[in-house]
Design a protein around this ligand. Sequence first.
Ligand SMILES: [Zn+2]
Length: 314
Amino acid sequence: MTDTFAAAHFRDDAAARKLIEGIRWPSGPVCPYCGVINHAYPIKKAGWFRCAEKACRKDFTVTMGTVMERSHIPLHKWVIGFYLMNSSKKGISAHQLHRTLGIRYQSAWFMCHRIREAMRSGGLAPLGGSGKVVEADETYYGPVDKSKRRTRTTSGRPFTKKGTHGPANKRPIVALVERGGNVRTFHVPVANQSMVQAICKQNIGRESRLHTDESRLYFGADEIFASHETVKHTADEYVRGDVTTNTVEGYFSIFKRGMRGIYQHCGEKHLHRYLAEFDHRYNHRVALGYSDLDRTFAAIKGAGGKRLTYRQPH
Ligand SMILES: [Zn+2]
C-alpha cells in the first residue's frame, strides 16, 4: 500500500506546477508563442518563464494553451481532479469533485469537461496491422436531442410509443478495438453502411483481420481488409475459433455501466467527450502495463492545445 495522496503535488500548488512542467516539458520549457524548446529562463513571478534572446521574448507559464489556462482553481486541485478521473474505472461525477475538492459545482463541471478534453487523442495511426485482429461493433446510447428526433422510419412508417423508442432516436456509437490494444469510438449521426465503412477504412490498417457480427453494415468489408470474419449472434454464436466480438462488447458494457452509474445525464453534444474519457482509460489500462498515475500523467500530457471556452454547465 502506498499513500498516494501524501505526494506534494496533491497538496501544494507549487509542487503541482513542477509536476506538470516535468510532464509537459521533458526537455525544458516550451514557448507557446514561438515553439522554441528550452530557450527560456524563469522570471521573478512564480511559475513564469521568459522566452530568451533571439526568440520571441514573451512571458509564459506551463498552463498556457492547455485546458487549465485561465482557471482560478489551484493546480494541486487540478492534479487531484486528473487523478480521480483516471483512477476510477467508471469516472467521477462533477458533484463528487465539487464535494471532494471543495470547489463550486460549476467549476467542478468545467474541470470535468476540460479533463475529458485532455484525454481525447488526435492524429492517430491506424489500428491493427498484419496478423492483428480488429473488432468493430455499434451500439446505441441515450436519446438524441429533441430537435433531431424522428417520428417516422426511413420507409415512412410511424414509430410506436410516441416515436421516442428504437435505434432511430438513440445516439449511435461505433467502436473499433484492436485485440490486445487500443479502442477508438465515434458518436455518429447515423449508423449506416457508408458511415460505418468509412470509419473502418480510415481507422483500421488494410492488412488487419476484421471481426464483426453478421450486421449488414459490414457487407463488403472483405474487399477492404485482409479478411472479414463474422459471428452469428442470431444463431447464438459468440465465439468461433478466435473469431469473436466479445472485446468490443466488453468495452461497450464498461461504457454503459459507467454512464448509468456515474453520469446519468449527458447532453448529446458532450457525448464524444465522455467517449474520449472511457477510451483514454481503456487505452491506458492495467493490462497494458499502466498504473493509475501513468494514466493520470498521460492525460496531463494531453492537456495542451485544447483550451476550451465553456460558458454554461448544462
Ligand atoms: Zn517564444
